[in-house]
Design a protein around this ligand. Structure first.
Ligand code: AP5
Length: 232
């Protein structure tokens, strides 16, 4: 049995392309907990042409953060999707600013809850550019591939559901560089925010996908073990 049998509320943060989506999917399957990505929700809304999607589109395309007011409006729904059935979650790519981190803390505290751990995937900018310009993504299930290191079995098609793979508009080099500036300027303060609260774990994301999963799993297993100890 996987060890996350006590509720774990995990934040997976890190620069664009550091592997958040890849790892969140693996961990949520392994530990049977919810996984929600704000980026995926926003993209689905842009595809459907909802009011949220229409407003968010320009920010995503240019590599800027979507304004906090739109993200805060999503918070309740985000939480229900993530925690609803599973009792525990991985939030992928949220929070991305100190304001968002404060809002999440208040939101959870009002429910008598708190973040169990923040897992930070660290990767150098040049490696990120290399990963993202070669990334292709399934527009239906969100699964991502790397054209050189983890290509799909059949060219241009998702192994999982056979949908055509797309090259995300924000995975072109000029936009990737801008996303990195946004990350360093606006999201890095979130790292300090959680560092001060003693819940931050740094992981070297420049290892194989499997090695990163093992390292993250070891942290989650230790947390579950510690909470079992606390509850006795
Ligand atoms: P979002 O979709 O969340 O983009 P991101 O954070 O920039 O992250 P990515 O999805 O690009 O990368 P990832 O870290 O998930 O890496 P992946 O696993 O795919 O957000 C998009 C936009 O939405 C933002 O720019 C913003 O505008 C907006 N937004 C979202 N959330 C917001 C918020 N909270 N507030 C405001 N705005 C928000 O891996 C990348 C590639 O590398 C893949 O090809 C993968 O196969 C490969 N790979 C993964 N791990 C490894 C490995 N260990 N070794 C080799 N290759 C690997």
């Amino acid at each position: 049995m996987a060890a996350a049998d006590l509720v774990q509320r995990i934040l997976l943060i890190g620069p664009p392309g550091s592997g958040k989506g890849t790892q969140a999917l693996r961990l949520s399957q392994k530990y049977q907990i919810g996984h929600v990505s704000t980026g995926d929700i926003l993209r689905r809304n842009t595809q459907k042409g909802t009011a949220l999607g229409r407003e968010a589109q320009q920010f995503i395309t240019s590599g800027d953060l979507v304004p906090d007011r739109l993200i805060f409006d999503m918070l309740e729904d985000l939480y229900k999707r993530a925690d609803g059935e599973h009792q525990g979650f991985i939030l992928d790519g949220f929070p991305r600013s100190e304001n968002q981190a404060e809002a999440l803390s208040e939101f959870l505290e009002s429910r008598g809850q708190r973040v169990s751990a923040v897992l930070l995937l660290e990767l150098a900018d040049d490696e990120i550019v290399e990963r993202l310009v070669h990334r292709r993504t399934c527009s239906r299930c969100g699964r991502s591939y790397h054209l050189k290191s983890s290509p799909p079995t059949s060219e241009g098609v998702c192994d999982g559901d056979g949908t055509s793979l797309v090259w995300r508009e924000d995975d072109h080099e000029d936009v990737i560089r801008h996303r990195l500036q946004t990350y360093h300027g606006q999201t890095e303060p979130v790292v300090a925010f959680y560092g001060k609260r003693g819940v931050l774990h740094r992981i070297d994301a420049c290892q194989s996908i499997e090695s990163v999963t093992l390292e993250l799993s070891a942290i989650m297993d230790r947390l579950a073990h510690a909470s079992r100890g606390d509850s006795h």
